[in-house]
Design a protein around this ligand. Structure first.
Ligand code: GLU
Length: 303
């Protein structure tokens, strides 16, 4: 299978979609992204790398970071994590408050904002250096130095009224231990992690490798934890479009409003795609199409 060739065919086939969709505009720093950009990268467990288009351009990974912080919290807390949040899809937008009220401040799952905010709270409770530890964790996975985009983090904090409401609401239900501002600071910094597609695909290779960092053999998650985490990605990783994504692509994935999506083929490879034009669910329009084309053309998926 010539993956190089497949990537360049995908790039051509998605070109009518690039430039379409809406770039995230809830903060000025994201609204200036060019919707015409498209990049895609593949990293395999056998050490091959493939990329196409703007795969070297950096963008903020936003909600994709939820998988990284969840990995840290799951490895530290084990199944106690599930006392603080559930594992069911929501069918609601990523920052919906409505379900939280019915469910008394216990988020449905760790991949919507409410759940990720509780995960941030958990990481802060364990160490005074949660942000530094997160960056070090990401650096080790990426194999190079990765940084926060401080401008994006600052702007999100300034505009993030709904996330602030969510943290306060959960605090009112005793599901947040730390001060609201501290939790938001952690969360917005993780969202502002900046990477390109090649770095992103490399960073997520530990999931393709069932929880072991292929770079140094370090165990991040047990095989069972890695299975559970990817199951959550499959059922909850694309906001209220997770069903459609599973149907079209057939892989565990996670998207972010920066226009990035990662997807994992367990035992084989990780894929990262980026195109900032989003559909109505906040997912990259060309990104989803590219992943759908990839699994269709290669026959590689979990099914
Ligand atoms: N920083 C964004 C927020 O919490 C992330 C949203 C996303 O990528 O889904 O509003």
């Amino acid at each position: 299978m010539n993956l190089e060739q497949i990537l360049s065919t995908i790039r051509e086939e998605v070109s009518p979609l690039t430039g379409q969709g809406r770039v995230a505009d809830y903060i000025p720093e994201l609204s200036s992204q060019d919707p015409g950009k498209f990049g895609m990268a593949i990293e395999t467990l056998s050490g091959e790398s493939y990329s196409v288009g703007d795969a070297g351009d950096k963008f903020t990974i936003q909600s994709i970071s939820k998988v990284l912080t969840l990995s840290l919290a799951f490895s530290q807390l084990g199944d106690k994590l599930w006392n603080r949040m559930g594992v069911e899809p929501t069918g609601n937008p990523f920052n919906s408050l409505v379900q939280l009220e019915y469910e008394k401040g216990k988020p449905r799952n760790p991949l919507v904002n409410a759940g990720a905010l509780v995960v941030s709270d958990i990481l802060i409770s364990r160490t005074a250096y949660a942000l530094k530890d997160l960056l070090q964790f990401v650096n080790e996975l990426a194999g190079e130095e990765i940084v926060f985009n401080q401008e994006v983090a600052r702007s999100e904090k300034e505009w993030g009224y709904i996330n602030r409401a969510m943290v306060n609401f959960m605090k009112g239900h005793d599901n947040i231990e730390n001060p609201t501002e501290q939790v938001l600071d952690m969360y917005y910094h993780q969202c502002s992690i900046e990477m390109n597609c090649v770095q992103l695909a490399r960073t997520f290779l530990y999931l393709a490798n069932h929880g072991i960092n292929p770079r140094n053999g370090e165990k991040i998650l047990s095989r069972s934890q890695s299975k559970r985490l990817m199951s959550l990605m499959l059922t909850c990783g694309l906001y209220d479009e997770a069903g459609e994504f599973a149907f079209r692509v057939g892989l565990p994935g996670k998207s972010g409003v920066g226009g990035g999506i990662v997807a994992i083929i367990p035992g084989k490879m990780s894929l990262a795609v980026w195109s900032p034009g989003l559909n109505d669910h906040g997912n990259s329009l060309a990104g989803i199409m590219a992943l759908e084309l990839f699994t269709t053309k290669t026959g590689l998926s979990i099914f």
